[in-house]
Ligand binder design. Structure first.
Ligand SMILES: [Cu+2]
Length: 484
């Protein structure tokens, strides 16, 4: 059974929708004022993040209790300058050790915020300062990096995340724009389910080179899912709309800050001009109808506002958008009910933003085989990399200064957002297509698919590699790379 059918059976979703549908009545702004988003921007060279319980008012009738930074979720947006050293003071007001990972920055293990790499913890009811020099420029983010295991109130299921903006020097501006918005896509109040989740929306016609001839038919274990969504801290219709004027160019910084599934985003009548992936400018900016972001990924894209109206920008999947993942885009002097129109089919493809491969492939190669061990009802599936459990003491030993080609063989029935800490990955081949120049820190490897990425081993120290779906990582989907 697919998620959508399950939700309908459970009576949680509104009735089926027609094309050109309007916002469901329960999401229409009520008589009370629209809610303001709460996250602030901090800039400079010294920052303080305080970890403590927060409430998040997704809508006036939907208030979530979780953990956040500085009293909000998302936490404050941290604006830094590339190459200018910063200090981040982390104050932990909880009863458990915490790690703050700076995702997409090239940091030493001491500042990276990953227990596996030996980063120091921020002790319970204590504090610790981290000093580092932010690089490279671009849209980065920070989030808790603790294990959750079977506790859905820990780790990246909580509200502990926020944007980091590393400003580059002159010439690094992504182009003229009239306004910009930082939009974090989130799910809330996750729960366990025995229903397989249909989270793989990549083109079903794609070849599946890693699909085994004989499938493992043992019963699968629990998955994690959610029915409540938001963009930043507001459900669709509850917060202030994005107010635009015809002719404006609006730059959006999207982040999938969720822990469980890939997300999609569309704005009826408009295209997203993708200029950066994971904060890194792409060689070949292109306009697309639908964005796809795996957990941890970012997309910077501008939109030419040339279709006056009041629109819903949101997830194309009805239950997800109606569950809150959307925001209203309102043109000046337009007063109508926000309109949603389903986008055309738009399979996501990283390679359209790349350029043809240049130069020879690295001669040093590392193959990684991902496998899922179904554990059955009431248990969690576990994962192996090259047939072994973490921590891979001997498998992945790097020679400093060497460029590697890393090939992922995804022998599982899910797609996985694979994240390498402290390094950058250049996509070399995916969906059977070769490309170059697309620089990422998180790459969604499709179901039964294969992807090759190149990276240079120039960041000595332990380096964590893992799936960015929290329960996959917690149950074995990670490896440590070390320098010889
Ligand atoms: Cu995964």
């Amino acid at each position: 059974m697919k998620r959508r059918e399950f939700i309908k059976l459970a009576g949680l979703a509104p009735a089926a929708q027609a094309i050109g549908q309007q916002m469901p009545a329960h999401m229409m702004p009520g008589p009370q004022a629209l809610l303001q988003s709460t996250a602030q921007e901090l800039s400079g060279t010294e920052f303080t993040l305080e970890i403590a319980p927060v409430t998040v008012e997704l809508a006036s009738n939907r208030i979530v209790s979780t953990y956040g930074y500085n009293g909000t979720s998302p936490g404050p947006r941290l604006r830094m300058k590339e190459g200018v050293p910063v200090t981040v003071n982390v104050v932990n007001q909880t009863d458990t050790p915490e790690y703050v990972h700076f995702h997409g920055l090239l940091l030493p293990p001491e500042a990276d915020g990953a227990e596996e790499e030996g980063s120091p913890a921020v002790p319970p009811h204590g504090s610790r300062s981290f000093k580092f020099t932010p690089t490279p420029a671009g849209t980065r983010w920070y989030h808790t990096h603790v294990m959750s295991m079977d506790d859905l109130h820990r780790g990246s299921y909580t509200g502990m995340f926020g944007f980091v903006i590393v400003e580059g020097g002159p010439g690094s501006n992504p182009g003229n724009y009239d306004q910009e918005h930082y939009l974090a896509l989130r799910d809330w109040e996750p729960y366990f389910t025995d229903q397989p989740m249909d989270n793989d929306d990549l083109d079903p016609l794609l070849s599946k080179p890693e699909k085994p001839a004989v499938l493992d038919t043992r019963p699968p274990g629990w998955e994690v899912t959610a029915d409540i969504f938001s963009i930043n801290d507001k459900a669709l219709g509850a917060g202030e709309p994005i107010r635009v004027r015809e002719g404006e160019r609006v730059l959006f910084h999207f982040l999938n800050a969720g822990a469980i599934e890939n997300r999609h985003m569309a704005l009826p009548g408009h295209k997203f001009n993708v200029i950066a992936l994971d904060g890194n400018p792409v060689p070949n900016p292109k306009a697309v109808d639908v964005l796809m972001l795996g957990p941890g990924e970012r997309i910077d894209a501008w939109v030419q506002m040339n279709k006056p109206g009041v629109w819903i920008m949101g997830a194309p999947e009805d239950p997800i958008r109606e569950g809150g993942m959307g925001i209203v885009v309102e043109y000046a002097n337009q007063r109508r009910t926000p309109l949603w129109v389903p986008p055309p089919p738009s399979p996501w493809d990283y390679t359209i933003f790349g350029k043809p491969p240049t130069g020879p492939a690295p001669t040093e190669k590392i193959d990684m085989f991902f496998e899922k061990v179904p554990r059955g009802a009431g248990k969690f599936n576990s994962f192996t990399v090259n047939g072994k459990a973490y921590p891979h003491e001997q498998e992945f030993v790097l020679k400093q200064g060497t460029r590697y080609r890393l090939t992922f063989h995804n022998r599982t029935d899910d797609s996985h957002p694979m994240h390498l800490h402290r390094h950058q990955l250049e996509i070399a081949e995916i969906y059977g297509k070769a490309t170059s120049g697309v620089i990422k820190d998180t790459v969604v490897v499709p179901t039964y698919g294969r992807a090759s990425v190149d990276f240079t081993a120039d960041q000595p120290g332990l380096t964590l590699f893992h799936c960015h779906i929290q329960h996959h990582m917690d149950y074995g989907f990670k490896a440590l790379l070390r320098y010889g």
